[in-house]
Write a new protein. Structure first.
Length: 198
């Protein structure tokens, strides 16, 4: 599955407005068009950040679903209110699943940690094998999808090589220097009331 990891920077104090609108209007309306709303979260360290994951069977499904959704009646009606909460919506990684994102696992009160590693060339099987031996608590693992973004109305970060893993505990794993990881980010995420991934 192709997955977008989308991080939105919002206007101060507007995150709950977007969460309420998203949970009410943007889950079933996207899934009816063949997209999977995998999870949506408040970033616990950044009060004006909203993070969500959207999945597609392949790039053709992504293009068709995005075209239909963003030209359709739900976005026409509710998109302006959503956009009014946002300062930036272009921080998007286009990824491919290595370990699939689980869905509909209800764990009340849970939080998730998303760790994102970057380096100057693709993450290969050697890195993936090393990681699999270390991160026994990972619930999902993804890495950069290199297909061209064929829906340019929604930009994605290009020219980057990312490796992303999600865990229900704040596991700290430091990759050995031989793997050349040049940067890292860690997101502490609280699922919204209707998030499939919890």
């Amino acid at each position: 599955m192709i997955v977008e990891l989308r991080q939105y920077t919002l206007r101060p104090g507007r995150r709950d407005d977007l969460v309420d609108l998203f949970d009410a209007e943007f889950i079933e309306s996207q899934e009816r068009l063949g997209m999977a709303v995998l999870g949506q979260f408040r970033d616990l360290d950044r009060p004006d950040r909203f993070v969500w994951l959207r999945g597609f069977a392949d790039m053709a499904v992504r293009r068709r679903g995005l075209q239909e959704f963003y030209s359709g009646p739900v976005w026409t009606e509710h998109g302006p209110a959503a956009n009014a909460t946002m300062l930036d919506s272009d921080d998007v990684l286009l990824l491919r699943e290595i370990v699939p994102v689980p869905r509909h696992e209800a764990t009340d009160g849970s939080t998730l940690t998303a760790t994102i590693w970057f380096r100057d060339h693709p993450f290969d099987a050697g890195f993936t094998d090393w990681f699999a031996a270390q991160a026994t608590g990972a619930v999902a693992v993804l890495s950069t999808e290199y297909a061209a973004n064929d829906f340019p109305a929604l930009p994605v970060r290009e020219g980057e090589h990312a490796f992303v893993w999600l865990a229900r505990h704040d596991d700290t794993i430091e990759p050995p220097s031989r793997f050349g990881v040049t940067a890292a980010d860690r997101l502490h995420l609280s699922p919204t009331a209707r998030s499939a991934l919890r």
